[in-house]
Design a protein around this ligand. Structure first.
Ligand SMILES: *[C@@H]1O[C@H](CO)[C@@H](O)[C@H](O)[C@H]1NC(C)=O
Ligand SMILES: *[C@@H]1O[C@H](CO)[C@@H](O)[C@H](O)[C@H]1NC(C)=O
Ligand SMILES: *[C@@H]1O[C@H](CO)[C@@H](O)[C@H](O)[C@H]1NC(C)=O
Ligand SMILES: *[C@@H]1O[C@H](CO)[C@@H](O)[C@H](O)[C@H]1NC(C)=O
Ligand SMILES: *[C@@H]1O[C@H](CO)[C@@H](O)[C@H](O)[C@H]1NC(C)=O
Ligand SMILES: *[C@@H]1O[C@H](CO)[C@@H](O)[C@H](O)[C@H]1NC(C)=O
Ligand SMILES: *[C@@H]1O[C@H](CO)[C@@H](O)[C@H](O)[C@H]1NC(C)=O
Ligand SMILES: *[C@@H]1O[C@H](CO)[C@@H](O)[C@H](O)[C@H]1NC(C)=O
Ligand SMILES: *[C@@H]1O[C@H](CO)[C@@H](O)[C@H](O)[C@H]1NC(C)=O
Ligand SMILES: *[C@@H]1O[C@H](CO)[C@@H](O)[C@H](O)[C@H]1NC(C)=O
Length: 790
């Protein structure tokens, strides 16, 4: 809205008789008679009597002194005019301002429940006319201030809202006409019901609703954003609720005024043209008109007609809607059935509905919010209260959702209650709360996808479209089925996701698969990629992950140019993040997952280059029948596999620790363990690191470009820990909890023993490839899914 329309407001002409009184204060022994004025000390504002437009009456008010066309910002007695220039303003000994005419008739007085000795009334530079103690400039102690009784204008520093302690409700209402400052029909006020919102009303009929404050702005004021002109704040606590703005440069004049047409405008003085310029109009467009599209309708500016029903809703009366009469609103296609279990559908980019019938809690998370709303059949929707950071707080709606509009920018998310059948159109509900539907793996085909939200098992489904294949990393291709491939997809709500198609090898049943996905989706850690859901059709299984914009770690460290993008602090953060993610899998999660395929390609990087382990649990979960310690099928990647696992199929958390050690050495050196070549010996990277360590020359491992001395101790410590992790015997390797502590600089580091698999010649798979297996084995970083051990 801001900056939407800038047009020039022609200023009305006022006549005024000016004789400055001089000072900015009035004491009990002084009278302010017509013709005399008070002027704020910096000369910005002036207080005195004036005649508006072509009126015959006189009014006491405040105006900008330096602006030639009289711009009145406050009127003391707007509803009781003075017939002539007989008005006299006095301050009583008790600190009450009184305005009388020459027959001592009462015109107006200030109002205060307290009194003080030696009161003084002063016109401040802000335009606030205050009564306080003579030497007391503390605003808390003002007996009275004009800012508490706005007329039609909000000045910088003026609180628009309610003080719950004093009961002061600062409302704005327009002049009746440009010649009559008496109260017009419209008011602009803060409505404290439910979660507070600003309302514009005419004769108690809503014209406009700002929507609730979301931490950044009012939900319905998408244009309210940091600007060079003013700052703003919203305060809401037990004592008060208000919106206030302050000028960045106080010599620029800017105000919010409710004009005689009932339109709220932000006006800014243009010194050059000597005119007030309109920067903002509220309501700004047709969709700003309160309740235009009624219940569950959504207003979209630019559409014809502007009103439509929200997705999954239909007009209550199609006949009315066909006549562009939207007053009956919309209803759900499928009625709610709370007993059978409803769910929630996410709508994005909206102005949140009227919050007068809402409930809120600042400290609840979105998950908790969801839960509370789900458990109360009258709760129709929920949303985050504060959208800053990742969102916090909880806002719940009861009753119909009204006055929703689609916003072009800065719209918000809201989760609206929906019958579960609407969320999963064609399939019965499994597992009491889960539903599964089919998908077609054609590009651009709509897919009904199973979407798991956070910790809660299956409460939320999303009809989604997995868009055309954009990325298909050959390195993810798997032996035996060439369709193991990651694609980038997008949900309807715009969320980018990674879609991973699993190969068909798994004989695991659909129910087992679903159980596993649900279990794994419950695992949450900042260093694990989040599994959002999955799709199944017959043999076909797909997993939907959160999308990681910076791809995988191997695309950085093994790339001669891109590796320079990772400085040591980033690398160290990545190492620590992987360690914590692995620790969570091993120890903290309820499932106690052994990854079995930790490698650089399975460490994804988020937008801030935080590492996230991917593919965790899949190896264990979908790998077939296995005991805790042995498997018929070795799943993993050469170069990262521990000897006992590769050779004997024996795996444990310590085989992951081994892979972690390899990974750390790769991160430090930018070299692959497998395929490592050195002219002096035939060892792989582990062997090379081991030799250098024993010669006290570990630093030769790192790239010279990275050799900033201030991090050397961290580098050395990382190498040392890595060598402890890759020791031959699983018993010698530290647990991930020790690794995390050791990396953090705690605990003494023991001397490592010889690493496992450090020389290329003892690698079992090299002997093996010659006998039976296929050429793919020589390809780096291929995940082996099926390999008969011995
Ligand atoms: C103030 O006005 C009153 C009458 O309204 C008058 O009696 C008094 O003398 C005036 N005081 C001054 C200082 O003008
Ligand atoms: C104001 O009007 C009254 C009566 O109409 C009159 O007596 C008085 O002199 C007027 N005062 C001034 C200052 O014009
Ligand atoms: C003075 O004010 C009283 C009360 O408002 C009113 O009745 C009276 O007519 C006024 N007199 C003048 C001269 O304005
Ligand atoms: C003065 O305050 C009382 C109580 O707070 C209130 O009832 C009254 O309307 C106020 N009067 C004015 C003129 O503001
Ligand atoms: C306020 O301060 C002035 C000078 O600082 C002093 O003369 C005056 O007595 C003080 N008034 C009160 C009420 O304290
Ligand atoms: C504030 O605004 C005035 C008037 O436009 C301008 O002259 C002055 O340079 C501005 N001051 C700052 C600090 O920008
Ligand atoms: C808000 O939520 C928190 C956390 O769930 C809870 O401790 C608190 O009691 C709630 N406050 C209210 C007023 O319900
Ligand atoms: C649902 O919420 C409403 C409104 O807050 C409340 O009055 C009602 O008691 C709640 N019902 C249950 C079952 O919690
Ligand atoms: C990570 O991704 C973000 C967003 O795509 C990008 O701005 C940033 O430059 C990337 N970081 C690196 C190191 O490539
Ligand atoms: C898995 O192995 C166990 C014991 O070896 C056996 O009892 C069970 O039937 C097997 N399950 C499947 C699905 O093959």
């Amino acid at each position: 809205m801001e900056g939407l329309a800038i047009w020039v407001l022609l200023s009305s002409s006022f006549s005024i008789l000016l004789v400055s009184y001089g000072g900015d204060t009035l004491t009990p022994y002084q009278n302010l008679t017509d013709g005399k004025t008070l002027v704020s000390s910096d000369g910005t504002f002036e207080l005195g009597f004036f005649t508006p437009g072509d009126s015959k009456n006189r009014f006491l008010g405040i105006w900008y002194k330096k602006i030639t066309s009289l711009t009145v910002v406050w009127v003391a007695h707007r509803d009781v005019p003075l017939a002539n220039t007989s008005g006299v303003l006095k301050l009583t000994q008790q600190g009450i301002l009184t305005l009388q005419n020459d027959t001592n008739g009462f015109i107006w007085s200030s109002n205060s429940s307290r009194s003080i000795a030696n009161p003084v009334a002063q016109l401040l530079n802000t335009g606030n006319f205050v009564i306080g103690g003579a030497n007391d400039s503390n605003a808390e102690n003002y007996l009275w201030q004009s800012f508490d009784y706005p007329t039609d204008t909000l000045l910088p520093g003026m609180k628009h809202g309610i003080n719950f302690v004093t009961g002061i409700d600062r409302q704005v209402s327009p002049w009746k006409t440009t010649s009559d400052p008496s109260r017009g029909d419209t008011i602009f006020r803060m409505d404290p019901r439910g979660f507070p919102q600003q309302l514009l009303l005419t004769n108690s009929i809503e014209l406009f609703r700002s929507g609730p404050w979301n931490g950044l702005r009012f939900s319905g004021s998408p244009g309210l954003k940091p600007n060079p002109l003013y700052t703003y704040e919203f305060v809401f606590n037990k004592e008060e609720v208000y919106y206030m703005f302050e000028l960045i440069n106080s010599s620029v004049y800017s105000r919010l005024t409710l004009n005689t047409n009932g339109v709220l405008q932000r006006l800014t003085w243009n010194y050059r043209t000597q005119e007030w310029v309109v920067y903002l109009n509220v309501p700004a467009d047709n969709c700003d008109h309160y309740l235009l599209c009624h219940a569950y309708g959504s207003c979209i500016i630019g559409n014809s007609p502007v009103c439509g029903c929200l997705d999954k809703f239909v007009p209550k009366s199609q006949k009315d809607w066909d006549r562009a009469d939207w007053s009956s609103g919309c209803v759900r296609k499928t009625p709610l059935d709370c007993q059978k279990g409803d769910g929630f559908l996410k709508y994005t980019g909206v102005k949140l509905p009227d919050t007068r019938n809402s409930w809120f809690n600042w400290s609840m998370t979105l998950d908790e919010c969801h839960k509370v709303c789900l458990n109360n059949c009258t709760c129709m929707a929920y949303a985050n209260l504060d959208i800053r950071a990742r969102g916090s707080g909880c806002l719940l709606w009861f009753g119909n959702l009204v006055d929703i509009r689609q916003l072009l920018e800065n719209g918000q998310d809201i989760y609206i209650r929906m019958a579960s059948s609407e969320l999963s159109p064609s399939f019965p509900v499994f597992l009491s709360s889960a539903s599964w539907t089919s998908f077609r793996l054609k590009m651009g085909q709509p897919v009904v996808m199973y979407y798991i939200l956070n910790h809660y098992v299956v409460q939320y489904y999303k009809r989604s479209t997995v868009y055309a294949q954009q990325n298909c990393f050959p390195s993810k291709l798997i032996i035996h089925s060439s369709i193991h491939c990651t694609r980038q997809g997008m949900l309807e709500d715009g969320q980018e996701v990674a879609v991973k198609r699993l190969s068909m090898y798994s004989s695991q049943g659909v129910d087992e698969f679903k159980n596993e996905v649900i279990c794994i989706a419950k695992l949450q850690h900042r260093n694990l990629v989040r599994l959002l859901g999955c799709c199944i059709e017959g043999e076909e299984k797909m997993l939907i992950y959160e999308y990681m914009p910076n791809n995988s770690l191997d695309t950085f460290i093994f790339d001669q140019t891109r590796n320079s993008l990772l400085d040591w602090p980033t690398r160290f953060r990545i190492i620590n993040g992987i360690a914590r993610g692995l620790l969570y899998l091993h120890q903290d999660s309820r499932l106690r997952i052994i990854h079995r395929d930790l490698k650089a390609a399975n460490v994804l990087l988020d937008i801030d280059m935080n590492p996230k382990i991917s593919d965790f649990g899949m190896a264990r979960s979908f790998g077939g029948n296995e005991t805790q310690a042995n498997t018929q099928r070795v799943v993993g990647t050469y170069g990262y596999m521990s000897p006992e696992y590769a050779v004997d199929g024996h795996f444990s958390v310590k085989s992951d620790v081994f892979s972690f050690g390899v990974l750390v050495l790769e991160i430090v050196s930018d070299k692959r363990n497998r395929g490592f070549f050195h002219q002096d010996h035939h060892h792989n990277l582990l062997g090379h690191a081991w030799i250098l360590f024993n010669k006290g020359r570990s630093l030769e491992l790192i790239d010279a470009r990275m050799g900033d001395s201030c991090y050397l101790s961290e580098v050395l410590r990382s190498i040392h820990v890595a060598l402890l992790c890759v020791q031959q015997s699983p018993e010698d390797r530290p647990s991930m909890s020790s690794v995390v502590l050791m990396l953090g600089g705690e605990g003494t580091l023991p001397q490592p023993k010889e690493p496992g698999f450090f020389t290329k010649r003892n690698l079992f798979f090299e002997a093996d490839t010659s006998s039976s297996n296929n050429a793919a084995m020589s390809v780096n970083d291929i995940s082996i899914t099926q390999l008969d051990a011995r």
